[in-house]
Design a protein around this ligand. Sequence first.
Ligand SMILES: [Zn+2]
Length: 310
Amino acid sequence: MIRWITTVIIILLCLAPAAGYGQVYLSLSFDDPQTTVSPVLSWQQRNAHILQTLHKHKLQSILFVCGKRVNTEDGAQLLQSWDGAGHSLAHHSWSHRNFGAAGMDLATFREDFLRCDSLIKPFRHYTRLYRFPYLKEGERRAQIDSCRDFLATQQYANGYVSIDASDWYIDGLLRDTLAANPNANTGVFRDFYIRHILERSYYYDSLATALTGRKVKHVLLLHHNLLNALLLDDLIVALKQQHFIFIDAAEAYRDPLYRQHPATVPAGESIIWSMAKATGRYEDQLRYPAEDGVYEEAALRALLQQAAKH
Ligand SMILES: [Zn+2]
């Protein structure tokens, strides 16, 4: 255990920006708002905690809405609370199907798209950005091009992320833990979560700097979940201590980084991953999928087992 912690600390020190590395400019985006039941907090409390944290840090974010998850009165109330607080509302499909999968056709994509578009369109901060479910844009050239052409006819751009991560996976284990014991200590989750986001941020930022020769403005993928309801403030504070500079999502999306269409097949993942893949020069640094719970599972479960013994 001690050896493992030491290794992690050494890795983090190596990853941490040395003098001259420059800062990380980071905005936050949240996918999949929902009003489902979770341990410890009601959906209203989860939502309020996230919004209060953003307000505390004076951040405007962007919420990528999956229509089927908020097609209720509660869901409308949730969307209204974000819109009323000035955050952008963008598109994350109606059904959350993997439109990148083989066999998906444009007619299915179009119908699904229009359904969610009409749900979010009435809101004041409606923003024409589309984020593909699972960040999977397509597995065939013709399919990718037809979706891109369709989105362009709708005056939509791709709601890319630059820093992909697995907060959803950590959230799953956190919910299981709190369901079993509502008084469980969440310290292990907090430390693991902060470390995970730091690692992924430094990885994508280093790759972005190598690819573009400049410091890009990042969009981090997070989810509207219990993990962030409980730990978003701790995360932001920890990243600020590491000299991250937080910016609004709208400012980040003005970076020309997000107006590219890398010619990779399959298309998707983070825009940084995709650009790196397109060069053919970073194969040793690109895993596929780029992010997944399987990469985090062993380390997080080991920490939880260790904590359970004390
Ligand atoms: Zn999603």
